[in-house]
Structure formats: structure tokens, C-alpha cells
Design a protein around this ligand. Structure first.
Ligand SMILES: NC(=O)c1ccc[n+]([C@@H]2O[C@H](COP(=O)([O-])OP(=O)(O)OC[C@H]3O[C@@H](n4cnc5c(N)ncnc54)[C@H](OP(=O)(O)O)[C@@H]3O)[C@@H](O)[C@H]2O)c1
Length: 289
């Protein structure tokens, strides 16, 4: 069993770190707001440390799951950052959805200290984290991936190495680009059905057995029709993710006309106060226009 550290006990990190203890690993947590670390310890019984560096000391594997690129740099680099506490030979695994650039930057910073790094963003949402059923998309060296995979498997249903440092984040960008257009299409379909006076529960039941089926339809179509958005994957996070993808596309030349438009629709949702609403709230713009 491994000695691990987990930094960032948010909606995702809190249950992910819990799955490590359930898998028999020893876990030391760090969270910027200490009350959440206390709450985690009360629930799972591991250790807590006052800085990322102290949490990472002596760990074989250090996991992070924070907000964005800058948050990540602030818990990984610098005097109190995780890397300064880690010993050569340890593996750093980042589950934040961040840019491929920061993944490569941290890979190099880790390598300079003899530490392996894997960018490992996840898909599957809060339920996936709580049920230990996340999809994990990894970038890094094969040997480090093989060492980390059995530990990541504590909270993963699928965990794949996609290529060198940054490839996990690039794969997550593909995931988010696919979702953006799909949610807008689903919103238009559901709004059209409501305006047409159809019984949408029956419509969803029928068309979800055909070619229009999707995870979003199975998990979000009914709540969209019911106008419920106070849960799930926040619009603020989606805008961060689309921003990262659009920035990357500027460099690699991929055209993202629909993803860029949907990003603007999400800006409108934010302007209506929907920062923390689920991404399915795109339908709100259609319903209320
Ligand atoms: N939620 C989802 O459904 C989902 C799905 C897939 C991927 N993701 C990605 O997973 C990551 C985490 O998401 P989440 O939903 O768990 O977010 P969250 O609930 O907002 O939690 C964010 C965590 O990061 C910590 N943090 C943020 N900025 C920090 C900083 N500058 N220094 C130290 N700690 C900092 C927060 O600490 P405090 O407690 O002190 O605020 C908290 O522990 C994001 O990159 C998100 O895009 C989320």
C-alpha cells in the first residue's frame, strides 16, 4: 500500500481522497480552507497537514485537484508547494482540468527534481467521484503511469495513458468541446418540444432509445425541462475549460465555431447569475427569450 497526499478537497477531491483510504492507502490531505480538511479527517480518518509541502513529505504519490492553472501553480510550486516536499522517485498526479502548457511546465519542474509527473484530468462529475467511477485521461511517461495507475484505479472506472505530458489535458479538451455543442443541441430539442406542447417525459423516454441518445440526454434532459439547474457541473468551470480549449485551438489551427459560440451563451448564463448552475442551464436562455 502506498503513502499518498491529496491536495484540494473540493467537490471532486474530497471523495477521491476518500477512495484512496478505502483502497488501503495512507492519505495526508491539505486544503486551503482547513475546515474542509477537518471534515475529511472526521469522515475518513487520515492525516491533515498545514501546507502542501508538509502534506507531500515522504509520499510515494501526491495528487492535486484544484481549480485552474494559477491555483495549481500556487499549491505545487514555491517554498510551501508540493514539489518542495517531495523526494526524487515519487510521482505527482494532477487531476485539475488545466492547460496543456501548465501540465508541461509542471512536468519539467518535477523532472528537474527527479520526480515523475502525470497530468490526469477526469470526467464523470461529482457522482463519478463519489462512486469511484471516474474516467481519467493521462499524459506523461509510460513507466510513471504504470506505477500510478493501480492507485488512481481506487476512484477510476477507466484510466488511460494518452501520450506525453499535456496529452491528458488535450484529451479533456476534446471531451469538453464535444459536450458544448451537444448540450446546446439538447437544449434546442427540449425547448422545441416544450413549445410544441409535447409530453417531454415521454419524448425523452422514446428518443433516448434511438440515435439521439447521449449521457446528457440520460442525465440532464428531464431536469432541463423541469428548469432545475442548482447542481452538477458549474457554468464557471465550463467557461474555464472552453477558454483553455479555444486558446489551444488558436495554436493548433483547429476551428471551433460551435464551441466558441456556446462559450458566449454560457457568458449570458453567467450574466443572469448562473455561475454555479449546471451546464444544462443553456436551455434557460431559450426558454426565457
Ligand atoms: N465538479 C465537477 O463535476 C468536475 C468534473 C470534472 C472535472 N472537474 C475539475 O476538477 C477541478 C476541481 O473541481 P471541483 O468541482 O472539485 O472544484 P471545487 O469544489 O471548487 O474545489 C476546488 C478545490 O481547490 C482548492 N483551491 C482552489 N484554488 C486554490 C488555491 N489558489 N490554493 C489552494 N487551493 C485552492 C479549493 O480550496 P478551498 O476549499 O479552500 O476553496 C478546493 O479544495 C476543476 O479543475 C474542475 O474543472 C470538476
Amino acid at each position: 500500500m502506498a503513502k499518498t497526499a491529496f491536495i484540494g478537497l473540493g467537490v471532486m477531491g474530497f471523495p477521491m481522497a476518500g477512495h484512496l483510504t478505502k483502497g488501503g492507502h495512507s492519505v495526508t490531505v491539505y486544503n486551503r480552507t482547513p475546515a474542509k480538511a477537518d471534515q475529511w479527517q472526521a469522515e475518513y480518518g487520515g492525516d491533515a497537514a498545514p501546507t502542501p509541502r508538509q502534506a507531500a513529505q515522504g509520499a510515494d504519490f501526491v495528487f492535486t485537484c484544484v481549480g485552474n492553472d494559477d491555483d495549481l501553480r500556487s499549491v505545487v510550486l514555491g517554498e510551501d508547494g508540493a514539489l518542495s516536499g517531495m523526494a526524487g522517485g515519487a510521482v505527482f498526479v494532477d487531476h485539475t482540468t488545466a492547460s496543456a502548457d501548465v501540465a508541461r511546465e509542471l512536468f519539467e519542474a518535477a523532472r528537474a527534481k527527479g520526480i515523475d509527473a502525470i497530468d490526469a484530468p477526469v470526467s464523470g462529475g461529482q457522482a463519478g467521484a463519489e462512486n469511484g467511477a471516474l474516467t481519467v485521461m493521462c499524459g506523461g511517461e509510460p513507466a510513471a503511469f504504470e506505477r500510478a495507475k493501480p492507485v488512481i484505479d481506487c476512484f477510476a472506472r477507466a484510466c488511460r495513458l494518452m501520450g506525453p505530458a499535456g496529452a491528458g489535458q488535450l484529451t479533456k479538451m476534446v471531451n469538453q468541446i464535444c459536450i458544448a455543442g451537444l448540450v446546446q443541441g439538447l437544449s434546442e430539442g427540449m425547448n422545441f418540444g416544450l413549445k410544441a406542447g409535447l409530453d417531454m417525459t415521454t419524448v425523452i423516454d422514446v428518443i433516448s432509445k434511438g440515435a439521439a441518445q447521449s449521457w446528457q440526454m440520460d442525465n440532464r434532459a428531464q431536469t432541463m425541462c423541469d428548469g432545475k439547474f442548482d447542481f452538477g457541473f458549474a457554468v464557471d468551470w465550463m467557461r474555464k475549460d472552453l477558454g483553455i480549449a479555444i486558446e489551444e485551438a488558436r495554436r493548433n489551427g483547429a476551428r471551433l465555431p460551435v464551441a466558441a459560440l456556446v462559450d458566449q451563451f454560457y457568458a449570458q448564463v453567467q450574466a443572469r447569475g448562473g455561475n454555479r448552475w449546471d451546464t444544462s442551464s443553456l436551455i434557460q436562455l431559450l426558454m426565457n427569450d
